[in-house]
Each structure stands twice: as structure tokens, then as C-alpha cells.
Design a protein around this ligand. Structure first.
Ligand code: 5GP
Length: 336
């Protein structure tokens, strides 16, 4: 563990609401119960969470969103998540923090009467308590969102709105370093997102997309996502041989979340995980947690899987693990 903790490294694929601590959720539930009688039993289920397919996984967030429902709660959980990865502001000790740099990502949503902009402001206030060499924010677009504002019924946040917000905040010098496309891989038409992703690239924001998370995803989906020329891709579990060649050729770094893939059952075991394909080809990968709460993991635990011998891990040498950690810093969007 000392070897892992001592490695300078970046966490680049962590969803804010998927990394909330259980303790803070219980605190929020206690406060909530007094108000409207929140069901503690649904929280208990989060602790012993098991799923049979990735679609079920997305239901977990309903419980979390039910609790993280005010700006105050959002600020509190964000502070906790940042502290968990980086240590408290000003007290970050290299040996105690999980990583030396964090790119946290989150999807803006309305909290009561607060706007998507206020959501991002709240998260950014917490992120910006750390120096820019330590933390940055990736703004996520959810595949389930409507695309353009003019076609949307009132109230729904759209891809257009989120992308414009990310761009505007970057222009104001706020700590937005990139945009992500996430959410249930069975939904949305990725072709429609292309013009918005072009705008993201034009202003120099990094672009990362969740891609090929499920087999035979919506037709043309993966090709559309690759056509956005992303700077990094998330998962890439079911890329075809041809698509993998594109990834290798363009040297697009792959964000790999081992526990997430095993628990969501998109990969049967570590021995058959696609991380091996890229490692064998010396292609940059970034080891990440995805969602520490439902996957009951940490960045240290994910790195331990690299070092552990088969069948518990991949049995990499310390030198190989060090290389993976170096890649994570090389391919970050911000922090320099
Ligand atoms: P948030 O963006 O609310 O801070 O974090 C939770 C959200 O991230 C989820 O509602 C979901 O849209 C997205 N997310 C978390 N984990 C995954 C994942 O493994 N795959 C995809 N496609 N989206 C995810």
C-alpha cells in the first residue's frame, strides 16, 4: 500500500454523486427524515448493493439525488469527495491522499429552485479551494438529456445548455477543464450531439466520452462518439477490432475502471479485461474508480488490482504500475 500511495498519480474518471461517502448520506438522511420522512431502508440497500446488469446500476443514483437535493448538501458532499481523494485543503500529504491530481466530473441538475449554473457554481467553489495543480472539473452531459433548448419542454436541462455553461465558465477563468458524455448507454442519439462537441473542442476544453460500455450498443453510436475526436475515452469495453485500431492509431487514452466493469458484469473477470489489450501495446490507459460508493472501491484498491497476482489481480510489476500512474498525469486535461 505504501508503494501505491507514494506514486504520483491522477484520478480522471470519478463521478461526483457516485463517490459520495456513506456517512454523509446517512447524515443527510437523518436531517431529511425530520422533514419529509425519507425511507432509510432505501439507503441501507446502497450499502449492500448488487446488480445483474448495467441498466439496474443507474437506479442507484435516484436515492443519492433524493438526498443531495439542496445547494448546501451538494457543497457538503463535494467537499467530502474532494477531501477523500486529495486530503483536506492545505493539509494534503502525499502519503495520505489517494492521488496527486483529481479531475472530478458531474452532471448539472436543478436543485429545487436553483439553476444548472448554480449547481456548477456550488461544485466549482469547492474544487477551487484547491490549487489548479490539484483539482479540476469536468462537466458531464447525460445521454438522457434533450439536445437543443428550443425543442425542449420547460424545465429540462439540455445538452446545449450544459455545453454553453461549461464554455462560459471556462471563459470566465473558472476551473472547468473538460466535458464528458455519460449516462445510460442505452439511451440518446449520439449523432445529434456532434455540433455541441465540436464547440467544446474549439474552446480548448478536453473531451472525454463514455463509449462501448454495453455489447451492440445503439446502432452507429460508437462511430458517432469516435467522430467527435475525443481526447480520452471511458470504458471502451465493446469496441470492435476496427474501432480499437482507431483508438490505437490516434493514441486516445482509455479510462479504465476495473471494479466498475466487473460489478456491472460487462467484463466477466480480470483475466479477460480489455486493459490487457492496451497494456500489451504500450497504449496509454488511466486507472480510475468511476463510482467509489456503489463499487465499494478506492483508487488505492484499483491500483492494488494491478499489482495483485492472478486470479485476484493482473500481476503487473512495480515498474509497469509506475508507468500506468505516469500516464494518468500525462493525459490530464488541466492541472498544468
Ligand atoms: P453525477 O454526474 O450526478 O455527479 O454522477 C452520477 C452520474 O454519472 C449518473 O447519474 C450517471 O449518469 C453517470 N455515471 C456514473 N457512473 C457511470 C458509468 O459507469 N457509466 C455511465 N455511462 N455513466 C455513469
Amino acid at each position: 500500500v505504501e508503494f501505491i500511495l507514494g506514486l504520483p498519480k491522477a484520478e480522471l474518471h470519478a463521478h461526483l454523486n457516485g463517490c459520495v461517502g456513506m456517512e454523509v448520506l446517512f447524515e443527510l438522511a437523518d436531517e431529511f427524515v425530520e422533514g419529509i420522512g425519507f425511507e432509510q431502508s432505501s439507503l441501507k440497500r446502497l450499502e449492500s448493493f448488487s446488480i445483474d446488469d448495467i441498466g439496474e446500476f443507474f437506479k442507484v443514483f435516484g436515492v443519492i439525488y433524493g438526498l443531495v437535493s439542496t445547494r448546501e448538501a451538494l457543497g457538503r458532499v463535494t467537499r467530502g469527495v474532494l477531501g477523500g481523494f486529495l486530503g483536506e485543503v492545505g493539509e494534503e500529504s502525499e502519503s495520505e491522499s489517494e492521488c496527486t491530481y483529481l479531475e472530478l466530473r458531474t452532471t448539472p441538475r436543478r436543485l429545487g429552485s436553483s439553476s444548472a449554473e448554480e449547481y456548477l457554481e456550488t461544485v466549482l467553489e469547492e474544487v477551487e479551494r484547491y490549487p489548479k495543480e490539484k483539482a479540476g472539473l469536468i462537466v458531464s452531459v447525460d445521454r438522457r438529456m434533450g439536445v437543443a433548448t428550443e425543442n425542449e419542454s420547460e424545465g429540462g436541462i439540455t445538452v446545449e445548455e450544459v455545453v454553453n455553461l461549461a464554455i462560459e465558465l471556462k471563459k470566465q477563468g473558472r476551473r472547468v477543464v473538460g466535458v464528458d458524455v455519460c449516462g445510460d448507454p442505452r439511451s440518446g442519439d449520439m449523432e445529434l450531439l456532434k455540433p455541441f462537441m465540436g464547440k467544446v473542442r474549439e474552446v480548448g476544453l478536453g473531451l472525454t466520452v463514455h463509449i462501448a460500455e454495453i455489447p451492440g450498443s445503439v446502432s452507429g453510436d460508437t462511430q458517432h462518439l469516435l467522430s467527435f475526436t475525443p481526447d480520452r475515452i471511458g470504458h471502451g469495453t465493446f469496441l470492435s477490432e476496427k474501432e480499437k485500431e482507431i483508438v490505437l492509431e490516434r493514441r486516445i487514452p482509455v479510462e479504465v475502471c476495473l471494479s466498475s466493469n466487473i460489478i456491472c458484469k460487462t467484463v466477466p473477470d480480470l483475466a479477460s479485461h480489455h486493459i490487457r489489450y492496451y497494456l500489451e501495446r504500450d497504449h496509454p490507459i488511466v486507472l480510475c474508480t468511476d463510482d467509489t460508493l456503489p463499487f465499494r472501491t478506492s483508487l488505492t484498491a484499483e491500483y492494488a488490482l494491478l499489482l495483485a497476482k492472478s486470479p485476484f489481480g493482473l500481476g503487473l510489476s512495480r515498474e509497469e504500475v509506475r508507468r500506468v500512474a505516469e500516464w494518468s498525469l500525462e493525459v490530464r486535461f488541466g492541472g498544468r
